[in-house]
Design a protein around this ligand. Structure first.
Ligand code: 13P
Length: 253
């Protein structure tokens, strides 16, 4: 069985109730391929999660944007994996660059978070990616391999993990990786997984690309053999998210 195309819409810290309603309305009315072709998961801020989940058609799913690293308790401001499970939230995004850089989440901390979320039954979109300096120094693969290794070391299997390659220099800049650049890293990562995790996981795990994906570049990116979907930021708040979802059909040809 092939890897089903995966499209995540990461709203980050954006939106109002009205905007959330509008985005969901657009999605619900959109003419897009069914769940047999593409898995669509939108990730609003915590405060809108239940609201969005209730409004969304059942063929779309939701993800939280974070969860606490262990069992809940006296951690002011945090949201636990148990709470997400309790609310029937199936997915969580962990390790995005903003949290790695601004909140100094280490590779090990992200690995612990992924492991705990999986242990509670959540599915995880785990994010990795290099800075511009690291890319220019020729260390891209070393950086993403180290980030992936810290996750691999903590988890029993990859069944419920989607790995999102998000080069930091491409996030929010309007300057996406070229299809060739993204494909190169995805292929290298898949080979690293083959050599360091298993041949089976290398074939089955979905590697998605994030970083200035839009309605225009999504088709060519989707056509790359090792790109299994996208994690979309700004464009997931706009009408063009529908075009990005439709890029999944490229894989059928
Ligand atoms: P942009 O699509 O806004 O560049 O954001 C990418 C991203 O970080 C998604 O998680």
């Amino acid at each position: 069985m092939g890897r089903k195309f995966f499209i995540g819409g990461n709203w980050k810290c954006n939106g109002t109730t009205e905007e959330a309603k509008k985005i969901v309305g657009t999605l619900n009315e959109a003419n897009v391929p069914g769940e047999d072709i593409v898995e669509v998961v939108v990730s609003p801020p915590f405060v809108f999660l239940s609201f969005v989940k209730a409004l969304l058609h059942s063929n779309f799913h939701v993800a939280a944007q974070n969860c606490w690293v262990h069992k809940g308790g006296a951690y002011t401001g945090e949201v636990s994996a148990e709470m997400l499970v309790n609310l029937d939230i199936p997915w969580v995004i962990l390790g995005p660059s903003e949290r790695r850089l601004l909140l100094e989440e280490s590779n090990e901390f992200v690995g612990d978070k992924v492991a705990y979320a999986l242990s509670q039954g959540l599915k995880v979109i785990a994010c990795i990616g290099e800075t511009l300096e690291q890319r220019e120094a020729g260390t891209t693969l070393a950086v993403v391999a180290e980030q992936t290794k810290a996750i691999a070391a903590k988890i029993p299997d990859w069944d419920n993990v989607v790995l999102a390659y998000e080069p930091i220099w491409a996030i929010g800049t309007g300057k996406a990786a070229t299809p060739a650049q993204a494909q190169e890293v995805h292929a290298d990562l898949r080979k690293w997984i083959h050599d360091n995790v298993s041949a089976e996981v290398a074939v089955t795990v979905r590697l998605i690309y994030g970083g200035s994906v839009n309605g225009t570049n999504s088709k060519e990116l989707a056509a790359q053999p090792d790109i299994d979907g996208f994690l979309v930021g700004r464009a997931s708040l706009k009408l063009e998210f529908v075009d990005i979802i439709n890029a999944a059909t490229v894989k059928k040809n």
